[in-house]
Design a protein around this ligand. Structure first.
Ligand SMILES: Nc1ncnc2c1ncn2[C@@H]1O[C@H](COP(=O)(O)OP(=O)(O)O)[C@@H](O)[C@H]1O
Ligand SMILES: [Mg+2]
Length: 240
């Protein structure tokens, strides 16, 4: 079975990576696609956001060669939590293709890897495992810089002929076009990265509420603007 693996990255914290990861997982599971979210963040926010135990064994144990049981959120959606073990030296020393190898043995249609802020090794494992990358940035200049660093890494791996995701898009996140920076973001990105696809997830209280209520967004508010945005992001992931 061929697995579509999507990495959700961005370097900067608080830009909406976990919201996009969990939202996409909700969209795919609603389409009756078997989906696993792997949390690569030591803070372990994904399991919490989807209503599962964030302290259960998960991605770190996979990277240490164990076989933890994914936590079931619904019939189509499972989660492997992150956790402090991801900062262990053993995990930090893993081969860049270790996560890709582990995922190749799973039986899901889709695997979404939610990357941590800052930790380049954990992020790299996901970029190597993924076929597509969503690079999440809000309109803040530091977030745009973080997105640029992820793209530089992808391009440098490609140029060296190493295994790495083949395609990527920028997700403009937390967008409220009444704010000047947000209104200008699309034009700024068009100027710097003219040939990179730009997607958008507007700021939507329902997305924050879904996390607070620990339910997938399509259970929280299936028709909200954020859910509609995420359906379009999911289309890019599956069709381009
Ligand atoms: N599109 C959005 N609309 C409203 N709130 C959002 C949106 N995206 C993220 N948030 C909120 O912003 C905060 C940071 O989001 P999160 O997804 O955890 O970011 P990251 O994973 O990049 O650190 C959370 O409180 C989350 O609920
Ligand atoms: Mg996060």
């Amino acid at each position: 079975m061929s697995i579509t693996c999507i990495a959700v990255a961005g370097r900067k914290g608080g830009v909406g990576k976990t919201t996009v990861s969990c939202g996409l997982a909700s969209v795919f599971s609603n389409q009756k696609k078997r989906v696993l979210v792997m949390d690569l963040d030591p803070q372990s926010n994904v399991a919490f956001a989807l209503g599962a135990d964030p302290t259960a064994p998960g991605t770190a144990e996979v990277l240490m060669g164990q076989n933890p049981k994914p936590l079931s959120i619904n019939s189509y959606l499972d989660v492997l939590p992150g956790g402090a073990e991801l900062s262990n030296q053993t995990v930090q020393m893993t081969h860049p293709e270790e996560l890709a190898d582990a995922i190749a043995n799973f039986s899901y249609e889709l695997v979404i890897c939610d990357c941590p802020p800052g930790n380049e090794h954990l992020e790299r494992l996901a970029l190597v495992a993924a076929s597509s990358v969503l690079i999440v940035a809000n309109a803040h200049p530091l977030a745009i810089m973080g997105a640029g660093r992820v793209m530089s890494e992808l391009i440098s791996y490609q140029e060296k002929g190493r295994k790495i995701a083949e395609r990527w898009a920028i997700v403009q996140s937390l967008i409220d076009k009444r704010r000047k920076l947000d209104k200008n973001l699309d034009a700024v990105l068009q100027e710097i990265y003219a040939d990179v696809e730009r997607l958008i997830v507007h700021q939507d209280t329902e997305l924050a509420l879904a996390t607070a209520n620990q339910v997938p967004i399509l259970e929280q508010a299936p028709n909200c603007r954020g859910a509609k945005d995420l359906i379009k992001v999911a289309e890019w992931c599956c069709h381009g």
